[in-house]
Design a protein around this ligand. Structure first.
Ligand code: S3P
Length: 189
């Protein structure tokens, strides 16, 4: 299957897919493209895909914003922790996590032990441009999105940096980060 420009041949991708024995967990800031890149990565590797935020929305029967509004962030984080633990236990698949998930110690430890964490990173300007397209992120409602993004990125980087694989995702199509993830996984596994 050819979806994105890849320096790996179909045979190499198949051999890589056969070596994947754990979930691949995408971590990083909101707006970096974890969901879009994750979906394509799963398709290429012929693995299931799960988006943790969507799984939380399904379990709670309401949107992430509504969970924040009605029950607060702590309640959301608790649900997020449980949902990610369930997804990780399901075995090999690609999981896109919400931007704050990997900052939580329990989730981070679990993902580092049982999965392959991939930190998808972008500069602040690219993140701000991307989050402007959607008004669904409760953490950005309390002030200037650019300032909030810059602060969260600074605070969260030491946690994201614990992922064994880091890939840059600049503005533009997601084919490039996808190729970099495949190459990194191929070397790592
Ligand atoms: C959050 C990021 C969101 C979502 C929630 C909180 C965060 O997910 O989980 O709004 O703390 O950065 P995305 O990273 O998919 O936007």
């Amino acid at each position: 299957m050819t979806i994105a420009p890849s320096s790996l041949s179909d045979t190499q991708i198949k051999s890589l897919a056969a070596r994947i024995d754990r979930p691949i967990v995408l971590v990083g800031m909101m707006g970096v493209g974890k969901t879009s890149v994750g979906r394509k990565l799963a398709q290429l590797l012929d693995l299931p895909f799960a988006d943790a935020d969507e799984a939380i929305e399904e379990a709670a029967q309401m949107s992430v914003s509504e969970v924040f509004e009605r029950f607060g962030e702590d309640y959301f984080r608790d649900g997020e922790r449980r949902v990610i633990a369930r997804l990780v236990a399901e075995g090999p698949q690609v999981i896109a996590t919400g931007g704050g998930a990997f900052v939580q110690e329990e989730t981070r430890t679990l993902v580092l032990e049982r999965g392959i964490a991939v930190w998808l990173d972008s500069d602040v300007q690219t993140l701000v441009e991307r989050v402007r397209r959607k008004d669904t992120r409760p953490l950005l409602r309390g002030g200037d999105p650019a300032e909030i993004i810059a602060r969260l990125k600074r605070e969260r980087e030491p946690f994201y940096a614990q992922a064994p694989i880091k890939v840059m995702s600049e503005s533009g199509p997601h084919g490039e980060p996808l190729r970099r993830i495949l190459e990194a996984l191929d070397q790592w596994l």
